[in-house]
Design a protein around this ligand. Structure first.
Ligand SMILES: Cc1cc2nc3c(=O)[nH]c(=O)nc-3n(C[C@H](O)[C@H](O)[C@H](O)COP(=O)(O)OP(=O)(O)OC[C@H]3O[C@@H](n4cnc5c(N)ncnc54)[C@H](O)[C@@H]3O)c2cc1C
Length: 460
């Protein structure tokens, strides 16, 4: 592609177009997962919808592969593409809370912490994930689960409206009243249908929660996991807890005597009256072996949303594998314990997040996200700062997954997949909604312009 064409495109934008000779190029192409090294031809940092329309038209007419970047957190780095155009939305950051209607309008470049900060002032929150630097866009478009999901559903269940630039450059709004089929597809179909420029969410009460991590020695891990499989699904919707198999970080504020011990952690969060939260957590404490650390306590919702951010800064090596899980038989628990005992680095681990309660009460075809009968969403993550460890992280995560996958459902949460799993796994991630998604892909993006994602091919 000629430099003049890129220069002409750059002149049509309000935001910067960052090409390979731009001084900010190397910084601009960096992703959260430092194991991904992609060299786009040009990164269009869009300032507004007009820039997005110009970028989509330029990418399509120049026959460039196009990636869409929200928060840049995606595991396989699908917010970047080699030798193509990146539509980078990171500058489009506005958040407007309407306390009267309990809704919040969110620019596509926001991370979840931007929204939590804005809604918290009104005692409200949208169900997002557990690390506040994650992009709202990528998280939402593939589902979005977190501490509030059992109570209020997934992020997609609270998506009321989205503004979208389609592959042909048209700007449309998707809501129940207008382009309802597009809204259905955006509620779980990922970045397949167009560039979302803003989201309108329903928000819910969340002020103070009673929660935090309760950490057990890994020797008690099997007992904790067996308790979790039986009792977590019976908890009231306000009470969320996820289970992790990890390593105690060797540093403050963790007590020195536990540094680098392998652990089983329950991260609990009760979003209701604090006294009821304490009572619910006390019942957990009474039922389980003595923890080595217990930091569950009252805290603002925004505190639990950011609690683990310092442990996971941008720039680490990541490899992930996930699955949806319906049951956890004893043999599965044994397999988890065997692989947790071999954790390759201090930041690697496994999390199993509940997706029951309000998530399960929606019909499987109500949104594109269809795993309404799964109990949990599991992710195995190999993480370390050292690039030399990347092959070992990958091998450990794959071996672990091979051992537990036979006990799990066929598909995984699309946001917990790398890009090396093959088309059958991508189809399994969308499950029984895949065919309808393929039909809508044909309607809204017939040439598969938006294909740098967990791709849905247009129906033939
Ligand atoms: C540390 C960590 C913790 C996480 N915790 C959770 C969690 O608790 N719950 C959870 O649900 N997920 C969680 N995730 C997964 C997260 O949801 C995904 O990584 C998600 O893809 C990140 O979105 P992003 O906008 O930051 O990503 P990007 O890399 O910017 O984008 C990912 C993909 O989303 C699509 N996309 C992005 N923006 C747009 C847009 N505006 N329009 C159309 N398509 C777009 C594109 O296809 C793009 O390729 C976590 C991830 C990390 C790294």
């Amino acid at each position: 592609m000629k430099n003049e064409a890129i220069a002409k495109f750059a002149q049509s934008l309000r935001g910067p177009a960052i090409g390979r000779d731009h001084p900010d190029y190397d910084d601009a192409r960096k992703l959260y997962n430092a194991s991904i090294d992609k060299r786009p031809l040009v990164i269009a940092r869009c300032a507004d919808v007009a820039d997005v329309i110009a970028a989509v038209n330029f990418g399509r007419d120049s026959k460039l592969p196009i990636a869409i970047r929200g928060g840049g957190h995606n595991g396989p780095g699908l917010g970047r593409v080699d030798d193509g155009l990146v539509i980078d939305l990171s500058m489009m950051k506005g958040v407007r809370v309407d306390p009267a209607t309990k809704t919040v309008r969110v620019g596509a470049g926001c991370v979840t912490g931007d929204v939590d900060h804005a809604t918290h002032a009104f005692g409200l929150a949208v169900p997002f994930g557990i690390i506040s630097s994650t992009g709202v866009a990528g998280l939402t478009l593939s589902g979005g689960h977190g501490y509030l999901s059992r109570q209020y559903g997934l992020a997609v269940d609270n998506l009321i409206e989205a503004d979208v630039v389609l592959a042909d450059g048209r700007f449309v709004t998707a809501s129940e009243a207008e382009n309802a089929d597009l809204l259905w597809a955006l509620r779980g179909g990922g970045g397949n249908f167009g560039v979302v420029t803003s989201f309108l969410f329903r928000a819910h009460p969340a002020g103070m929660i009673y929660g935090g991590p309760i950490i057990f020695d890994l020797a008690d891990g099997a007992a904790v996991m067996k308790w979790f499989r039986q009792h977590q699904p019976k908890a009231e919707d306000e009470f969320n807890m996820f289970l992790g198999l990890q390593v105690v970080p060797p540093g403050d504020p963790f007590p020195n005597e536990h540094w680098s011990k392998k652990m089983c952690v329950l991260v609990v969060s009760h979003n209701g009256p604090l006294a009821e939260g304490e009572k619910a957590v006390n019942a957990v404490r009474a039922a389980l072996p003595k923890p080595i650390i217990d930091w569950a306590q009252p805290m603002p919702y925004t505190a639990i949303q950011t609690l683990f951010d310092p442990l996971l800064p941008k720039g680490l090596q990541w490899y992930w594998k996930g699955d949806f899980v319906k049951t956890l038989p004893d043999d599965a628990v044994d397999a988890h314990m065997a692989h947790a005992a071999k954790l390759p680095t201090g930041l690697s681990g496994m999390h199993i997040y509940p997706i029951d309660g309000a998530v399960q009460r929606r019909k499987r075809d109500a949104t594109a996200w269809g795993y309404r009968d799964a109990a949990w969403s599991m992710v195995i993550f190999g993480v370390d700062p050292d690039p030399a460890k990347a092959p070992a992280l990958k091998k450990w995560a794959r071996d672990y997954w091979e051992a537990v996958h036979p006990f799990n459902l066929a598909g995984a949460y699309a946001n917990f997949m790398m890009d090396d799993e093959g088309e059958s796994r991508v189809k399994a991630a969308y499950g029984e909604n895949y065919d309808r998604l393929a039909t809508l892909k044909k309607k809204y993006d017939p040439t598969n312009l938006f294909r740098v994602n967990q791709n849905i091919r247009p129906a033939s």
